[in-house]
Design a protein around this ligand. Structure first.
Ligand code: CU
Length: 258
């Protein structure tokens, strides 16, 4: 019912497709099951806010029009209406309780980590780049921070690559050797701090394939803004192929240095 009311209201408001930026109230199009939950919480909060706003604006306009000063005579002056004062103390508590309920409920779902995630990625955020380690496969990737002298394509090739399969649960373990960073992929509708001495965790299941840019979203020093990585969400078969390629590359590299 909540989703139905939401869809009807937002469609009526936007007068356009359910998939555009206005209907999403500025949020990016989510690419994870968790992000879809965040988006519906965001839209639901807007609808609740607009409904409360409509009631408040309605009452203001009603008071302005029907209880305005007419001629020299003041409208009846009243004060201390106990039932109304109790009402406008209780209603905000109810509003907060409803918002709190849905936020806590969705937060628990989004924060949940499956007992046996299908892929685990250890993420290291450091000044000023990222390294990704796949402990299940013995594969590591890293790369350079974004360089203004290179083209976008060159940067994409040089930046650290995080590749994950669509439709499979992925657990991320976040650590930092220096200062606080934050792992952020806008299309996840999610950020999590990367804190030295305090490993953080979260899990997502991607719903769409594609290439996206990940960011650091915690000011961490001079080149914070260049601390980017490339996220590739691919099919499970493409992921397995990529893992085998990475293993082969790393074995050749370690073989040639011995
Ligand atoms: Cu950072």
């Amino acid at each position: 019912m909540r989703v139905g009311a939401l869809a009807v209201l937002l469609l009526a408001l936007a007068g356009c497709s359910p998939n555009d930026t206005f209907t999403r109230m500025g949020f990016p199009n989510p690419v994870t099951t968790q992000g879809a939950i965040t988006l519906s919480l965001w839209q639901g909060s807007w609808i609740a806010g607009l409904l409360v706003g409509a009631v408040v604006w309605g009452m203001i306009i009603w008071a302005v029009i029907f209880h305005r000063k007419r001629g020299d005579k003041l409208p009846p002056q009243v004060r201390y209406n106990m039932p109304i004062e109790i009402l406008y103390t209780v209603i905000p508590f109810v509003l907060i309780a409803v918002l709190f309920y849905y936020t806590a409920k969705d937060e628990n779902t989004i924060d949940a980590i499956p007992a046996h995630p299908q892929v685990t990625v250890n993420v290291t955020g450091f000044q000023w780049s990222w390294a990704f380690n796949y402990p299940g496969y013995g594969v590591n990737t890293d790369g350079a921070m974004w360089n203004p002298r290179l083209t976008d394509a060159q940067n994409q090739a040089a930046m650290p690559l995080l590749e994950i399969p669509v439709g499979e649960s992925v657990e991320f373990n976040l650590t930092s050797p220096d200062v606080i960073h934050a792992f952020w992929v806008p299309e996840f509708l999610f950020k999590r701090d990367v804190i030295p001495g305090h490993p953080n965790h979260f899990s997502i299941t991607a719903t769409k394939t594609g290439t996206f840019t990940g960011h650091c979203s915690e000011l961490c020093g001079l080149y914070h803004s260049r601390m980017l990585f490339t996220l590739k969400i691919v099919t499970p078969a493409q992921f397995q192929t990529w893992i085998s390629q990475q293993k082969a590359i790393q074995q050749t590299a370690s073989g040639s240095t011995q």
